[in-house]
Design a protein around this ligand. Structure first.
Ligand SMILES: [Zn+2]
Length: 651
């Protein structure tokens, strides 16, 4: 829109509403004009819209009334759409028997795809843009110190409309992500076909029926093998070789998702028998690149953000890329990383191998069979578990009253996938706890996931039901809800009535630290790849493969090589999230850092009362949230100090 129209509109509003509104008028008109297109109306109509819709908030009563109404409207919109989404995905999410074609069709129906554009077309979006200025992360950090709760709520409304992406582009982005997810979901490797024993033809996993998905399944199998005395190492190295072949796309495409018993593949030599062998044609990078290309097309519709990296950190995570990167580097450059590596090497009685980034031997206690028995005895079926939720919450430290309040608002359902928690977006609805049960029973792993999801559900209820403003519901970003989920998950033994062995807490700290370092490296690779993509947006899948391999090696050589004693490893590039969840990975190390700070603070305090207090802050900036929660900013120091103390104790 031409400057003249904006200036005339501002002048007119200033005449009507007076100097006291000057700043809001300037920001509001600028914001609204930025999104106003020809199809929304003529310049004259724009001016008229602003004159008719601007509100003078110096009258506190006007503001109060508008906020109350706006809360009701948005709760109706978000709450009903969430409820509809749950209905449409019910048979995909829940264990309801065979998935029919009808289930698939309804699951792909996305009634929200046009919502944003509809809100612009009927001018609701312009009403909010005109009346509620958006603040940059920097401004929030600067002004937030003196903001009242209402001012935080106003700033949060200001964040609601920061882009106007055409619905067709949303659909393209969605399509690229769904295709990437499908690619990953069908990426299974059958262990029975892997060879590479002593004489190269011996099966590595004789008689195994396992089909493992990359990367989760492969990684978790490597973790489990630490418990195996004989041959565990050889099997781990075979799985690791499979990962390398995937990252470098040398894997024969014929072996992917092929569980026929008539062939074998030796990942060490990359030879196949009984099947032809053509390297996978850079499909991994082609899918990843499609996601980047569709998402980066939306950059030009984002207001105040230069690209998706900026949107991801400044808008979604609300923490700058630099702040996150500094935290990750602090962890990885610490002397503790090296010392814990030495400790692991001592325990394994061998030099570290690159896959020991997934070392899982900290604080091993009972075997999983014994734990499974404890869980089945305590919770023989879903009904017993459901009835026990108030008791579980009371054991965690919630009062009887709060525990039953929360339990009444959590619906527990058996899921198809490994588990998830979905919060309600309206107060009359319950949040959903979904977790997997095998054959109608619950095993110890599934119970552990149940506890994780319960942490999410409790957070979701506190931050919706008890929040002082609907616009401040939730937590600052995903890492915070993950932090509460980790806190609950780590108390599963307590709930099962198992005595913690004296050193288990220390072992858990070491384990958390080690996995935080691993995922910090993975997150740095993810960020590095996105930076490279923006510099090379016309790239090809083949070229991108070379870049990803180089970036993973660089991160490895800078931070991991000195701990592991080997260079040029590519293991950090195996994560599947990187392909279908753009820039999601940095949430994990941040969640681990935050969770540790929260856990540490809660030592000798009541988890129930503290969690309710912390959640009360809602969706404000992460650093303010953290200061309110534990009295300091987000920091690796508490974790590093704790590791240091343990290392001194162990000697
Ligand atoms: Zn979670």
């Amino acid at each position: 829109m031409v400057k003249k129209v904006k200036a005339e509109t501002m002048k007119s509003l200033l005449e009507i509403y007076g100097e006291s509104c000057k700043e809001r008028i300037a920001r509001g008109v600028e914001q609204a004009a930025c999104f106003w297109k020809k199809k929304d109306g003529t310049d004259k109509e724009f001016k008229k819209f602003c004159e008719e819709n601007f509100l003078d908030f110096s009258d506190k009563e006007v503001l109060q009334k508008i906020l109350q109404k706006a809360e009701e409207y948005w709760e109706a919109v978000n709450g009903c759409f969430t409820k509809m989404m749950l209905g449409l995905l019910k048979n995909i999410h829940l264990e309801t028997g065979e998935i029919t074609q009808l289930d698939k069709l309804f699951s792909q129906f996305s009634p929200m795809a046009h919502l944003e554009e509809d809100l612009f077309e009927n001018k609701i979006a312009f009403f909010f843009l005109l009346n509620f200025p958006s603040f940059s992360l920097e401004e929030k950090e600067k002004f937030g110190k003196s903001w009242s709760r209402q001012e935080w709520a106003l700033a949060s409304i200001g964040d609601m409309f920061s882009s106007r992406v055409p619905a067709e582009l949303y659909q393209k982005i969605n399509k690229a992500m769904v295709e990437a997810e499908e690619y990953i979901s069908k990426y299974n490797i059958s262990l029975a076909n892997l060879t590479g024993g002593k004489d190269n033809d011996e099966p590595c996993f004789p008689k195994s029926e396992k089909k493992l998905q990359s990367h989760w399944g492969l990684r978790d199998e490597i973790k489990e093998l630490y418990g195996e005395e004989q041959g565990g190492l050889k099997k781990q190295s075979a799985l690791f070789k499979v990962m390398e072949r995937i990252i470098k796309q040398e894997i024969p495409q014929e072996v992917i998702n092929n569980s026929s018993k008539d062939f074998s593949w030796n990942p060490f030599t990359n030879e196949t028998k009984g099947i032809s062998s053509t390297p996978e044609p850079d499909e991994r990078y082609s899918k990843w690149l499609s996601v980047f290309k569709s998402i980066s097309k939306a950059d030009r519709y984002a207001f105040g953000h230069s690209n998706y990296i900026d949107v991801n950190f400044e808008k979604q995570m609300k923490i700058s890329e630099k702040e996150i990167t500094d935290l990750l580097i602090e962890l990885l450059s610490s002397s503790q990383f090296k010392s814990v590596g030495k400790l692991i090497s001592k325990r394994l009685k061998r030099p570290l191998k690159p896959w020991d980034i997934w070392y899982d031997g900290f604080g091993v206690t009972e075997s999983s069979e014994i734990l499974d028995k404890v869980v089945v005895e305590k919770y023989p079926n879903l009904e017993t578990l459901k009835k026990s939720v108030p008791e579980i919450l009371m054991k965690l430290g919630f009062t009887k009253e709060v525990a039953s309040y929360l339990a009444d608002r959590i619906e527990i359902e058996p899921a198809r996938g490994c588990g998830h928690a979905i919060g309600a977006e309206m107060k009359s609805e319950k949040s959903r706890l979904r977790f997997r049960m095998t054959g109608g029973k619950i095993n110890s792993n599934e119970f552990n996931v149940f506890m994780h999801e319960l942490g999410h559900n409790v957070e979701q209820n506190f931050t919706l039901q008890k929040m002082d403003s609907y616009f401040l519901r939730g937590v600052p970003n995903t890492a915070f809800t993950e932090a509460f989920a980790f806190v609950f998950q780590s108390r599963d033994r307590e709930i099962l009535g198992l005595k913690p062995s004296s050193n288990l807490k220390d072992e858990k700290t070491l384990s958390n630290f080690w996995s935080a370092c691993e995922i910090a490296g993975v997150a740095l690779v993810d960020i590095g790849v996105w930076r490279w993509l923006y510099l090379n947006s016309e790239t090809t899948p083949k070229e991108m493969k070379g870049a990803v391999v180089k970036i993973t090696k660089d991160v490895w050589n800078t931070y991991f090589a000195k701990v592991f004693g080997v260079e040029d490893e590519v293991a950090l590039g195996i994560y599947s999230h990187a392909i279908s969840f753009p820039l999601y990975l940095p949430n994990y190390p941040l969640g681990k850092i935050i969770a540790f700070q929260i856990e540490k603070y809660m030592e000798n305090k009541n988890l129930g009362a503290e969690m309710e207090r912390m959640c009360g802050a809602g969706n404000i900036s992460p650093q303010f949230w953290m200061k309110n929660a534990v009295g300091e900013k987000i920091s690796c120091q508490p974790m590093l100090e704790a590791v240091d103390e343990i290392l001194k104790k162990i000697g």
